[in-house]
Design a protein around this ligand. Sequence first.
Ligand code: IMP
Length: 428
Amino acid sequence: MAVVAVVGAQWGDEGKGQVIDVLAEKARIVARYQGGSNAGHTVVNQLGHFRLHLVPSGIFHPETICIIGNGVVVDPAVLLQEIEALQQHHIDTSRLYVSDRAHVVLPYHLVLDRLADEARGEQRIGTTGRGIGPAYEDKVARIGLRMGDLLDADLLREKLRFLVEYKNKILACLYNAPPFSFAELYDTYRRYGERLAPHITDTFAMIHAAIRRGDNILLEGAQATLLDLDFGTYPYVTASSPTVGGACTGLGIGPRLITRAIGVFKAYYTRVGSGPFPTELTDATGDLIRERGREYGTTTGRPRRCGWFDAVLARYAVQLNGLDGFALNALSVLDPLPVVKICTAYRYGDQVLDLPPASLSVLSQCVPIYEELPGWQEPIGHIRRYGDLPANARRFVERIAELINCRLDMLAVGLKREQVITLHPAFD
Ligand code: IMP
């Protein structure tokens, strides 16, 4: 039995979907534990071309059970669209379960997300606009609607009546925005509840039964470590805990049940939205990485900011998640470069920092100290064994492992399943 957590170790978009797709083959359960439809990955396989925001990518393996845990905030409209798209391609969705404790994203969350971010002016976070922050705000304020509430028409009516009145006041007073109709929302969400009823269940009990049976379980993190509400580059973060710790509260499992934690990195860093990015490249090398790596958002289509591998942030992610190993993706993006750089530490005034500071104003003044390594300047996408990589590519990868004090478990030289080289299998 293995319970393996896979987390994004940078600012997101590390290609977790590909790593999870490979690992899901051996997993009985794949479970999401935080975030919502702000996440997004494209899956292209023999069954079709899919854009998933909520459904775990384990759904493409016919024996795998997929769970959306209590820590996720679920937009039922998005979930139903995904279920329909999967069904149109004859993919069995009866193996998809949503926690009755997961909170619901409602249309006013989306509107408030956009209005609140606009109101921040220069300090805007650049959220995905999917209502994630406002939905978690309601959860913390203890007024949130949970998926289980959609199944009880009377309870839903009572809760929603209060919520719509309350949110309409906020919309009118703070933003002079039009109100939502209680009757329409109630009708829509009651019908969502009816349609989702076969999927809504107590996933806590399901996971613990699977653990007792000794099943292999994959815990799928969304977003990434540096977007963590506590330890990310606050306030330019998301509203959940995308770290391994988040898996415990987001599914209801104790930390000792997690047998392995794997962090996913790319061979360079990217970031969407605002916030400091010490190794950002605003030159032709940054453009080359963006084009070769197709660094444009799946959810929003925004171009991603690109920069060199930052071992200071990566070391932090290893410690914060207690990573046993890491997967390194998109190495082939760097193929043409004559020189590749790794940031080994930051210079801040007369200090040298090997971990990032909490203060964003300090972080934005940090100057990266780079180590330069020779590039390999040959295509590597066809390589299937680690030992066959050019010596300079191996040197780059091994230097990263050394600097961040973590073992390389998997390496991807392209986007296809067969382009993932596994050095240490996560499941037996
Ligand atoms: P929110 O999660 O929509 O509230 O957005 C907060 C911040 O997290 C913004 O900078 C987003 O661009 C970023 N973010 C949220 N989800 C993802 C993701 O899946 N990949 C990359 N960035 C994300």
